[in-house]
Design a protein around this ligand. Sequence first.
Ligand code: BGC
Length: 411
Amino acid sequence: MTDSLRFPDAFLFGAAISAYQTEGGNTNTDWWWWEHIASTPCREPSGDASDFYHRYREDVAMLASFGLTTFRFGIEWARIEPAEGEFSRAALAHYRRILDACLEHGVVPMVTFHHFTLPRWVHEQGGFASERFPAWFERYCDRAAAALGDRMAFACTINEPQGLGSSGWLLGVNPPGHTDDREGAQRAVDNLLEAHRLGAAAIRARAGIPTGVTLALPDLQYEEGAQPGTSSLELESRVSDWFLELARNDDFVGVQTYTRFRYGPEGPRSPGNDWSDTTRELTETDETTLMGYEYYPQALGGAIRRAHQSCPGVPILVTESGIATGNDQKRIAYIDAALRGVLDCLNEGIDVRSYVYWSLLDNYEWAFGYAPTFGLVAVDRQTFTRQPRQSASWLGSVARARALSGAGQSM
Ligand code: BGC
């Protein structure tokens, strides 16, 4: 093994989940409403999700037993502030117990304050497009950081904010379900930028912990003759640039990516680029994943370099990288290739400090429901029994060795 296959001693290996996609029963959110309206684009409701709400102890212990050293999980605003200005001590105590479980197992907690879902009271007053949104978010960050910040190692303010305006106001696949509402989308984006600024400052002031934003940075590739256009992915990519500009003042930037999207002279030409089509067939081939995306683990290196160029000197955390597949050998090969991309970046001198796989558990993939399986651990939909896949122990052994083996993994 050459030194170039080794990761730095302090490098963190872990897995992620979000609150809504795994806890179950988050009835007080905009998404719960969205899943149950007659015109929902969701293939099925989230229901009990992976029952993480009750099974977190076993899940944290399991993650640690694999050899992973960090856990990225979310706290649900709708539980912490179920009505405007009313904070739940019991909900905060619940999340404190999850943080304690991490610390008991020597797992570094990375906490996401907002991952797509809003309390209903925020949604009913305009959601991200409300001019009051940044101040509401700031107050929530302040209260949650005051109650929980002493136990957190990293705070992520808003997960993938760059897509929230377009999916909710242009494509109609997220609440509030508007289509072609450019003005609403712009207001949502402006408010999310301000919310990140205010929320991050509140968390730092209360808890003094490294705080940043986690951005989806798919690799957009233009072939000869292709003109950059206005597809939703391209619009989101421009919004990402605005967030990357803000991230220059943050303590880290969270990088997340799953694939590349190619553009030819006729426009988008990659599979799975149309996010408004939630009814598309979810089957995979050697070239594609269960999300219908191109199998392209090399996207991660490109995303890290983009973040590094935009935010020189700001440490990078890979906060999500993963694949939905029914073939666990393909998952191992994907992670292996993605990690080689991380090593290339480290060898180029880029300060990358973590690789967090999405996801620890099979979970609710938003409008696509439960069919896309991203988990290192399978979850039985009837009993919630956890069944670790081989990829879990494989990634754990990489974490323990802090190195990849010379030969890459094949599918
Ligand atoms: C999101 C997750 C989602 C994952 C896989 C990311 O964009 O943060 O919520 O499940 O991608 O599609």
